[in-house]
Ligand binder design. Structure first.
Ligand SMILES: Nc1ncnc2c1ncn2[C@@H]1O[C@H](COP(=O)(O)OP(=O)(O)OP(=O)(O)O)[C@@H](O)[C@H]1O
Length: 851
């Protein structure tokens, strides 16, 4: 092991802090040297794995794969730890021992070659005290030290003296580096907070792995950061369980997932799936947000009933009549009969609609046979047959040949009850079996079946609801008549909204996969449902070896279309299920979105992160019920009150929660109370918006003053976009990091007002279009982002410009809460541009209404 010291030299005359930094640097160098050896060992193990594969036996290949996989994971984790490997030190009280233990905490665990601990992984139990110890409850810790590093170099230190009585000559240094770090420049991507996780946050991160952890907190309290660190913790402590079955992290939109995507890799965890609500369903990608009213209608759970009706309605383009000919007798099923059969198929097959095509074929054959017997078909067929036989016998007799034999199996038809299944004729129903066998073979029948009971893709069904009359049928009494036209219009276009994605998933679960071929199915030659090498019940290619490729061209075009559509639509037969699901910004999920998530976590444990005060969703009660259903009926089992003391009679102890004994799936609730994002000056403005939106809600406590006062400018309405651009340009000279210009939701349609507002808005009726947005941002550097209020969820910027708060507030019944989200995005500078002078006094009381 190398013991070379690379750190900065200590000036004997330097400050106490310099000397302390130099001491820590020596230790950090030691840890890096050992890390280097561990990385070399991991690389050697990867090479060894490949070497073993040369042995070539099956067993060795399996061993190699396992070895290479493990070694690669290890190497990856060690690589990630290279930046800021050691960030903490704990000095424990001496206790029984003569000298107190010293523990170093870091991104990964590092041991000497003799297995002595050099650095403890931050997720290990021995690191818990680093985050939990406080002066009131020091947990044996005398001094906690945070090391701030740049690369391998320690640049600063900060100490907390937790137990002064035990300090006994210990040096304590620090000048608020933690608070200073909160004011750091934001570069557009969230960073990990592993060195500065606070106690209340740590309790969430290390909360029990089972059931549900529900985290609430105001903007900037670290909910997202905490949820992501919890994923890293769960994967570290329960690797087998969560690593193999997977962890899903869900964010509100694509901008947000891009913003947080670096946090887990920086913690050495690249295995969690990170998706936005618009990208969760394979093959369906959201491009737009619905206006609030449409979003509310699409997201309500009544939509599940509407979609169920939609998939049981006749498919678009389905034929209205089935005609087959058997022994000269024409048998017809008209629209009314076909409708009854369709309803009966849906009634009997409670599972997937696509898989019911086989049953549809059975019931059609059954109905045809009944029609055949009703119209005297058997007798007519018999006489047609005997006339034909007589004709042939006459011809044969003329040639001196023997007459045709009667079919020895043929008997008179049974009473015709019950459908005949399969081709095997039983005595007593051979007439019927013969009828069915012949009809099945007819192209008119199979083509009808394919068109009448098509294998449908979710997107086709949704698009079909772009027809208002079809939507009206599906709606029954579950939709307001006034919503039919706007809904149909939204589905007749090509855009997919965030709410539509959940509807596509719902449809996918209703439609399901086509029927699967049975293992013992008849060879393709004998199967009447194999048409041109394709099983029309399954869509499966069942050509045998003798099948010539060019013969595929004979497959009906409908079949080819159906099969290709299923692939193009990209909806996979297998919906992935996860062992743990993290839902961020959960307050905005609609019931339909909860149903979509529930299907992916039927056996999962959950971390739910939310702030009801930021909710744009109106019917939180319905969303709660849908959430409970998705979580598998878990009920609240523990609770954490604001502040430090647990409520009397509640379990949970100090700052924590514990599961209720009665329920199978416990829920642990936590509340985060400190705002790490906003300066106190900005937090005061957001608190005023919160008071307007929810008079009873309490804002989080901001801890850092910037000395920079927020600005509210009153601007004539037509000049708002220009003023926004001017403000952004001004801020470019004041901050080094990101600037967010947050505008109202765009409305491109001239009549969008009608779909947007439940009631005429009192103020702020300005339309914001994509063109306005483009105008503000044109030519500005990338660190300026122009985005609408919904896109801004979860993000943060060094400076934010809020445009037209009056319009944001009026755009939906939850507009004030949406505005609350917008004004709590900035860390340093906040500029608000309004054309309504009273908003100036609302946001900055004491200031004149206009300037
Ligand atoms: N313990 C901490 N140490 C340093 N920074 C922290 C800490 N906790 C949170 N932060 C920082 O505070 C900011 C806000 O965190 P985060 O986005 O997780 O808050 P949030 O509660 O999810 O906010 P919102 O509700 O607005 O989405 C982030 O920059 C995060 O890195």
């Amino acid at each position: 092991m190398s013991s070379q010291v690379n750190g900065r030299l200590t000036d004997p005359g330097g400050t106490v802090k310099d000397r302390e930094i130099a001491t820590e640097q020596r230790y950090v160098d030691l840890a890096y040297a050992r890390l280097e050896e561990m990385r070399a060992a991991a690389q050697a193990m990867i090479r060894e794995g490949y070497r073993q594969s040369l042995a070539g036996t099956k067993g060795s290949l399996v061993d190699r794969d396992a070895m290479v996989h493990q070694a690669a994971l290890r190497a990856q984790a060690l690589d990630v730890a290279d930046d800021g490997l050691v960030f903490g030190r704990l000095d424990l009280a001496p206790g029984e021992q003569e000298t107190g233990e010293v523990r170093y905490i870091g991104r990964v665990g590092v041991r000497t070659s003799e297995h002595d601990s050099l650095v403890i992984d931050w997720r290990a139990p021995a690191a818990e005290d680093f985050y939990r110890a406080t002066p009131e409850d020091p947990r044996g810790v005398v001094r906690r030290r945070v090391l701030h590093s740049r690369g391998h170099t320690v640049v600063d230190l900060e100490d907390d003296l937790l137990d002064p009585d035990a300090a006994d000559g210990m040096t304590v240094v620090g000048d608020g580096a933690f608070l200073a770090s909160l004011a750091r420049t934001r570069e557009g991507a969230m960073r990990d907070i592993v060195a500065t996780i606070q106690r209340e946050q740590d309790e969430v991160i290390r909360a029990p792995a089972d059931g549900t952890v529900l985290v609430r907190g105001a903007p900037g309290t670290g909910k997202t950061a905490v949820a992501l660190h919890r994923v890293a913790y769960l994967l570290f402590r329960h690797r087998r369980r969560f690593g193999s079955r997977g962890v899903l992290v869900i964010g509100p939109n694509r901008r947000f997932t891009a913003y947080i995507e670096r946090v887990l890799p920086s913690l050495g965890e690249g295995s969690a799936a990170l998706r936005s609500l618009g990208d969760l369903v394979d093959g369906a990608s959201a491009t737009v947000h619905d206006p609030p009213r449409l979003a509310r209608v699409k997201g309500a759970d009544a939509m599940a009933t509407v979609l169920r009706r939609a998939v049981t309605d006749q498919a678009p383009g389905a034929p209205d009549e089935l005609r087959v000919v058997f022994k000269g007798v024409v048998v017809t099923l008209d629209r009314a009969r076909l409708d009854r059969i369709r309803n009966e198929v849906h009634r009997r097959s409670r599972g997937s609609v696509n898989a019911a095509r086989g049953r549809a074929a059975e019931l059609l054959l059954d109905a045809l046979w009944r029609r055949f017997t009703d119209v005297g078909g058997p007798a007519a067929a018999e006489s047609a047959e005997s006339a034909e036989t007589a004709l042939w016998n006459a011809i044969l007799a003329e040639d001196g040949l023997a007459s045709l034999d009667d079919d020895p199996n043929e008997t008179r038809p049974s009473n015709g009850d019950g459908p005949a299944r399969g081709n095997g004729a039983r005595p007593g129903d051979s007439k019927r079996a013969q009828f069915e066998a012949r009809v099945r073979e007819q192209r008119t029948f199979t083509d009808f079946l394919v068109a009448w009971w098509p294998i449908r893709a979710p997107r086709d069904v949704l698009r079909s609801l772009g027809d208002p009359s079809r939507l009206r049928r599906a709606a029954g009494r579950d939709l307001d008549r006034a919503d039919i036209e706007p809904l149909a219009a939204s589905w007749s276009g090509t855009a997919t909204s965030y709410q539509d994605v959940a509807l596509l998933d719902e449809l996918d679960s209703l439609l399901g996969s086509p029927p699967r071929p049975s293992r013992g199915r008849a060879p393709a030659d004998d199967d009447p449902f194999v048409v041109d090498g394709v099983n029309i019940l399954t869509g499966e290619d069942v050509a045998d070896d003798t099948w010539e490729p060019e013969m595929r061209e004979l497959t009906t075009s409908i079949e080819r279309l159906e099969r290709s559509r299923r692939v193009d639509d990209g909806v996979t037969d297998e919906r992935p299920e996860y062992a743990h699901i993290v839902v961020d910004e959960a307050q905005d999920l609609s019931p339909m979105q909860w149903r979509m998530l529930g299907r992916r976590g039927r056996h999962a444990s959950w971390t739910i992160v939310e702030d009801p005060a930021q909710s744009a969703w109106e019917d939180l009660g319905a969303a709660r019920q849908a959430m409970d259903a998705a979580l598998g009926g878990a009920r609240t089992t523990g609770s954490r009150r604001r502040g430090r003391k647990p409520a009397p009679g509640r379990s949970g102890g100090r700052g924590g929660s514990s599961p209720h004994k009665d329920t199978a799936r416990p829920r642990h609730e936590y509340e985060l109370t400190t705002n790490y994002r906003n300066s106190t000056e900005i937090a005061a403005v957001s608190a005023r918006v919160l008071a307007k939106a929810l008079p009873d809600a309490r804002p989080a406590r901001a801890v850092r003053s910037s000395g920079i006062d927020p600005i509210v400018r009153v601007v004539p309405e037509p000049d708002l976009a220009t003023a926004a651009r001017d403000a952004a340009e001004e801020l470019l000279t004041q901050v080094e990091g990101t600037i967010g210009v947050i505008v109202p939701m765009p409305l491109d349609e001239p009549n969008a007002q009608a779909t947007l507002f439940d009631e005429p808005a009192a103020t702020g009726t300005q339309f914001w279009t994509e063109a306005d947005r483009d105008r503000i941002g044109a030519g500005l550097p990338d660190r300026v982002q122009v985005l609408d209020v919904l896109e801004a969820k979860g993000l943060e910027f060094d400076a934010a410009v809020i445009v037209a708060p009056e319009t944001v507030a009026a755009q939906s019944p939850r507009g004030l809460r949406v505005l609350y989200v917008a004004v709590s995005r900035a860390t340093q500078h906040l500029t608000v541009l309004t054309s309504a002078p009273d908003w100036r006094t609302t946001l900055l009381p004491g200031s004149p209404a206009s300037q």
